[in-house]
Design a protein around this ligand. Structure first.
Ligand SMILES: Cc1ncc(COP(=O)(O)O)c(C=O)c1O
Length: 425
């Protein structure tokens, strides 16, 4: 696959791609094209090396009075600093967990133990079920769940509907920064402001958004934010941000001998240390990307922001190419924002269907036929099941999802569009 430096971006695409070993594979005799980033991105070699280095040199449990355990404690502290730089908080506001889903179940149970029957939680039908089901489970305790709708025409969140569902009984508003199905970006700072007007907590799911743009939890002013490093070029882990006072005040479900210090009290059991070593490295990868094209970066946080802003611009240009090409395919139905002037409100993640009446073109069949040509896409509901149901697509296979990351190229988008045209013609 040709990997030229694109005129429109400061990103050195060839240099970036050379760092990701998986990108040079061929599959079924074709260069592999990874359009499955929303399900999990590829990792640079330095992340693989950091994981392997930890296992081969520092492997130990934490909190012991011997060398490798002390190294492990230092490594955990470094990772907290790295994630704090990634999302714009302090290291003691970062907790690690198996994934976003398990962290959210843990936090929703901790918050839930303080709620009473009749208290309300506002959710949305745009969200991944991981920011829905854990809260909905609190219905067992009499908590009332209210679900904000979407504007069907462009799959944006209906903010007026969400605002109308927030009232003095609302205790939590849980919403995603971006939809993992249709790419819509929500104004989570405004939603947090709405939640705070009635004293409710905002719980923000940044899993889908994290590889696509800068995150600033202080600017959002959210109470909690969760993300998963396997979506931003790191290992399979979840990360929880909580305002310091919340992490100290709420009571986690935990074993008794484990520390009550925060944030460690939220980290249940022995963590996946090798992967946490990888998290520091994926954050450093992004920071080095930023430093690579702008030496003015004064700190790691600054360098990350430079990288994420450039990634955002580059991905927007790829999305324009992708979406214009998709809209030109006869019989294709597109779900989400299509107007390039509104691309600041979407990620480069798109959902489509082809000729609903044609039995050969279900999302699963399309994904499988694209795979024959070495192109990786996802099909189904990707756990955004409220959305596929709301849009009437659940019973017929959901959508075909194409997700771009900064390591994708215009040549790859072109090859994908050609393959899809061939497959459906
Ligand atoms: C938007 C969104 N939220 C939450 C999740 C769940 O994350 P995890 O796999 O870390 O539990 C995903 C996973 O795809 C996601 O896309």
């Amino acid at each position: 696959m040709l990997t030229t430096q694109t005129e429109a971006t400061k990103l050195d695409l060839a240099g970036i791609r050379a760092q990701f070993p998986s990108l040079s594979q061929t599959v079924n005799g074709c260069p592999a094209i990874f359009l499955d980033g929303p399900g999990g991105t590829q990792v640079p070699q330095r992340v693989v090396d950091a994981i392997s280095r930890y296992l081969s040199r520092d492997n130990a449990n934490s909190g012991g009075n011997y060398e490798t355990s002390r190294r492990t404690d230092r490594m955990l502290q470094e990772a907290r600093h790295a994630m704090a730089d990634f999302i714009g908080c302090d290291p003691d506001e970062v907790a690690f967990g198996m994934n976003m889903t398990s962290l959210t179940f843990a936090m929703s149970r901790a918050i839930g133990r303080e709620l009473k029957a009749g208290d309300e939680i506002v959710l949305t039908c745009l969200d991944h079920d991981a920011n829905f089901a854990p809260w909905k489970a609190l219905e067992e305790d009499g908590v009332v769940i209210r679900v904000a709708d979407i504007n069907e025409a462009d799959c944006t969140l209906d903010i007026a509907d969400l605002a109308s569902k927030i009232n003095n009984r609302t205790k939590v508003v849980a919403v995603g920064v971006a939809s993992n199905a249709v790419g819509t970006i929500n104004d989570v700072a405004e939603i947090t402001r709405l939640a705070h007007t009635v004293g409710a907590l905002s719980y923000i799911d940044a899993v889908h958004y994290a590889p696509h743009g800068p995150i600033d939890v202080r600017a959002i002013d959210c109470d909690f934010l969760v993300c998963s490093s396997y979506k931003f070029f790191g290992p399979h882990m979840g990360i929880l941000y909580g305002k310091r006072e919340h992490l100290q005040r709420f009571t986690p479900y935990k074993v008794r001998p484990a520390t009550n210090d925060s944030p460690q009290r939220w980290e249940v059991g022995t963590l996946n240390h090798e992967c946490i070593a990888g998290i520091t490295e994926c954050v450093n990868y992004l920071a080095d990307l930023g430093r690579g094209f702008d030496r003015s970066a004064t700190s790691r946080r600054h360098a990350i922001l430079l990288a994420m802003r450039e990634i955002q611009l580059y991905e927007r240009s790829l999305a324009e190419q992708l979406i214009a090409g998709l809209l030109a395919i006869p019989g294709l139905r597109f779900y989400g924002i299509t107007d390039p002037s509104r691309f600041a409100h979407r990620c480069p993640t798109v959902a489509v269907r082809i000729n609903d009446s044609d039995p050969g073109h279900t999302p699963a069949q399309l994904a499988s036929r694209l795979n024959d040509r070495g192109i990786f896409t996802w099909d189904g509901n990707y756990y955004a099941i409220n959305l596929t149901e709301r849009l009437g697509a659940e019973s017929s296979g959901g959508f075909l999802r194409i997700g771009l990351a900064h390591y994708n190229t215009t040549e790859e988008v072109g090859a994908f569009l050609q393959a899809l045209r061939d497959v459906v013609s």
